[in-house]
Design a protein around this ligand. Structure first.
Ligand SMILES: Nc1nc(=O)n([C@H]2C[C@H](O)[C@@H](COP(=O)(O)O)O2)cc1CO
Ligand SMILES: [Zn+2]
Length: 192
């Protein structure tokens, strides 16, 4: 077995920094997505599956190895038709509004996980989770929430949600993108 002296560590560091090219054109692309932009971008892409005409929310759950273990968006429960239940939000009759029926993106992601559980994972979500989702986030042992918008910060469901997350010791923080926009252009791949 090689002795792990300071000298050999220096040697390893030198080797790991060797470049196998000289010219600038051979360097890697600089405009790539950071991990967090990638995960939040996936949450936003999933949101595009939502049938909610007013608010489309997506969520993406990632483990410690940066593997995506779950994706979800807001929608009706299985077998409850998108065309049978209402999508309105302002009816005086609560039964004619979407709120009684829609599953939130975070809950759908947690329930759709590909892993055994989401313990220790990070949840990326477009909107700050409501109190009902936070209960499930806590119970599923997610360790951190990264949200994009906190536009309902003043509403009771967000205040209650933060109380729950704080009490449970779950960290939450706002996503700060490098790229304000991510464009998907299906034609670009055909360019030379
Ligand atoms: N964190 C969230 N995840 C979600 O999936 N939603 C969903 C539930 C509704 O379908 C919609 C909110 O309705 P509204 O903002 O148009 O009235 O977004 C909403 C929030 C905000 O708490
Ligand atoms: Zn919710």
């Amino acid at each position: 077995m090689t002795e792990n002296t300071n000298e050999s560590v220096d040697e390893i560091m030198k080797i790991s920094k060797i470049k196998f090219y000289d010219e600038d054109e051979s360097a890697k692309r600089k405009d790539y997505l950071e991990w967090e932009e990638y995960f939040m971008g996936i949450a936003f892409l999933a949101a595009q599956r939502s049938k909610d005409p007013a608010t489309q929310v997506g969520a993406c759950i990632v483990d410690d190895d940066k593997k995506i273990v779950a994706i979800g968006y807001n929608g009706l429960p299985i077998k409850c038709s998108d065309d049978t239940f209402p999508w309105s939000k302002n009816s005086d009759d609560p039964l004619k509004n979407k709120y009684m029926y829609v599953c939130h993106a975070e809950v759908n992601a947690i329930l759709n996980k590909n892993s055994i559980d989401v313990k220790g994972c990070t949840l990326y979500v477009a909107l700050f989770p409501c109190n009902e989702c936070s209960k499930i986030i806590i119970q599923s042992r997610i360790k951190e929430v990264v949200f994009c918008s906190d536009k309902h910060a003043e509403k009771p469901h967000t205040v209650a949600s933060k109380r729950l997350l704080d009490a449970a010791g779950i960290k939450y923080r706002q996503f700060v993108p490098n790229h304000k926009k991510i464009i998907i252009d299906f034609d670009k791949i055909n360019e030379s």
